[in-house]
Design a protein around this ligand. Structure first.
Ligand code: AP5
Ligand code: MG
Ligand code: ZN
Length: 211
């Protein structure tokens, strides 16, 4: 968990490599569906581009389907889900059905001015979704992905207005979830305003400690 731009996606990519598990990002699933002209993606993008949340019903539906795939049977990482108390309750139901539960909820903390800077300078690869930052993680060649030569683009929801709306929604709808998980005793806070590697090391310390 963490506000928009905190580094959830950047850290997930590395964590799932280490632990060999799938990363399930609802935002990424919506963007992929939109890029594939899937009706759910087109519907979702109407909300996403203005910084609003997609409905709980649609979001819970795509997660439920995704969790049933074989690769999520033993372990998985959720990025950007749940984001409302209703989603957290729905997730508990799905996990009960799977006879499992969450081991840890990692919350990446960051201040608003850092978040604005990060999102406005973010660029993403059209082909492989790798994320860059024009200052902190520059591609070797402007506009081109280092990994596969794919074209880099700016997300539709990384405009100043949309980022403001996303932060507002984070404060009102998503932050209350921190209490939900803190009460369950599985919430771990990590300082996201450090280097990529330091944030990663702090997360791994938590995960190794609870193993
Ligand atoms: P989603 O895709 O989840 O976006 P988000 O939560 O707004 O978060 P971001 O992906 O923008 O940021 P991030 O934390 O992944 O940061 P990143 O690693 O990229 O959701 C998008 C939209 O989809 C939502 O607004 C909503 O409309 C919809 N949606 C998704 N899930 C939903 C749900 N459950 N319910 C309803 N609707 C839902 O990093 C950001 C930038 O900073 C990058 O450029 C990166 O290179 C840089 N950076 C990261 N870490 C560092 C560091 N340590 N130092 C320097 N730079 C850094
Ligand atoms: Mg992300
Ligand atoms: Zn790429």
């Amino acid at each position: 968990m963490g506000p928009p731009g905190a580094g959830k996606g950047s850290q997930s990519t590395k964590i799932v490599k280490k632990y060999n598990m799938p990363s399930i990002s609802t935002g990424q699933m919506f963007r992929d569906a939109y890029n594939n002209n899937d009706p759910i993606g087109i519907e979702a993008m109407k909300f996403i581009k203005n910084g609003n949340l997609v409905s709980d019903e649609i979001t819970n539906g795509i997660v439920r389907t995704r969790l049933l795939r074989d690769d999520a049977e033993t372990s998985f990482l959720l990025d950007g889900y749940p984001r409302t108390v209703a989603q957290a309750i729905a997730l508990d139901g799905m996990l009960d059905d799977m006879h499992t539960s969450l081991d840890a909820v990692i919350n990446i903390l960051s201040s608003h001015d850092v978040l604005f800077e990060r999102m406005e300078q973010r660029r993403v690869c059209k082909t492989c979704d790798a994320t860059y930052h024009l200052r902190f993680k520059k591609p070797q060649e402007d506009g081109v992905c280092d990994l596969d030569g794919g074209e880099l683009y700016q997300r539709l929801d990384d405009t100043h207005e949309s980022v403001m709306r996303r932060l507002e929604i984070y404060e009102s709808k998503t932050k209350p979830l921190l209490d939900y998980y803190s009460n369950k005793g599985i919430l771990y806070n990590v300082n996201g305003m450090q280097s990529f590697d330091k944030v990663y090391d702090d997360i791994i310390l938590v995960l190794e400690d609870i193993k």
